[in-house]
Design a protein around this ligand. Structure first.
Ligand code: GAR
Length: 208
């Protein structure tokens, strides 16, 4: 069974949808950068182990030496256990999903799971992506620019923000009267409908 880790930062509606509905693998770990995030309550309720980590623990490439722990001096070994990379390896993670995760994934994590990390973005990339483009900010920009449609993008993660091969997009109309909240509701419906289905299909395709 494919062992999946989810990274999330906030509310966690997408994380919960994946935990409940992905069938090609099992979500065995939830990683969160915000100790106050509601997603942690969801993980507890759904009995998925969750870990809160710092920016330093995410950026720490110490876990790259996992498997050589016995050859390392003790302080190095414990640092390795605390790094996000070390944690992912300790949980034997095969596949990673970013579900509303707002930090950039460092290069050493991407190269350890090449083509095995996917992200969801609440707009039609390549438009409205990049640093600072998340949640309601995206919808506000879309409305400000009088776009006629928006949607969701699910893509493989590469070393750039909100970038990488696109697996799937779905669109929704943007009406002249839409508020950011109204557009967010349309996007939410698309995410709930498609994210687990697309993740399932891609996991089967890459056969992890
Ligand atoms: C979702 O709309 C997701 O597409 C977006 O954050 C929201 C998280 O909601 N992701 C990004 O903006 C990434 N750049 P959730 O916490 O309820 O799943």
């Amino acid at each position: 069974m494919t062992r999946i880790a989810i990274f999330a930062s906030g509310n966690g509606s997408n994380a919960e949808n994946l935990i409940r509905n992905v069938t090609a693998g099992e979500v065995v770990l939830l990683l969160c950068n915000n100790p106050k995030a509601f997603v942690l309550k969801r993980a507890k309720e759904l009995q998925v182990p969750a870990v809160v980590f710092s920016r330093q623990e995410l950026d720490d490439a110490a876990g790259a030496l996992a498997g050589e722990a016995t050859h390392m001096p003790a302080p190095e070994a414990s640092r390795q256990e605390r790094s996000v990379l070390g944690l992912l390896k300790a949980h034997r993670i095969d596949f990673i999903v970013l579900a509303g995760f707002l930090w950039k994934i460092p290069a050493h994590v991407i190269s350890a799971w090449p083509g095995r990390i996917v992200n969801i973005h609440p707009a039609l990339l390549p438009k409205y992506g990049g640093a600072g483009m998340y949640g309601e900010r995206v919808h506000r920009e879309v409305i400000k620019n009088k776009e006629k449609e928006s949607g969701i993008t699910i893509h493989v993660v590469d070393q750039l923000y909100d970038h990488g091969p696109i697996l799937f997009q779905a669109t929704c109309p943007v009406d002249g009267t839409d508020t950011p909240e109204a557009l967010a509701r349309k996007i939410y419906a698309l995410e709930q409908q498609y994210f687990p289905v697309v993740v399932d299909k891609y996991i089967k395709q890459v056969a992890v």
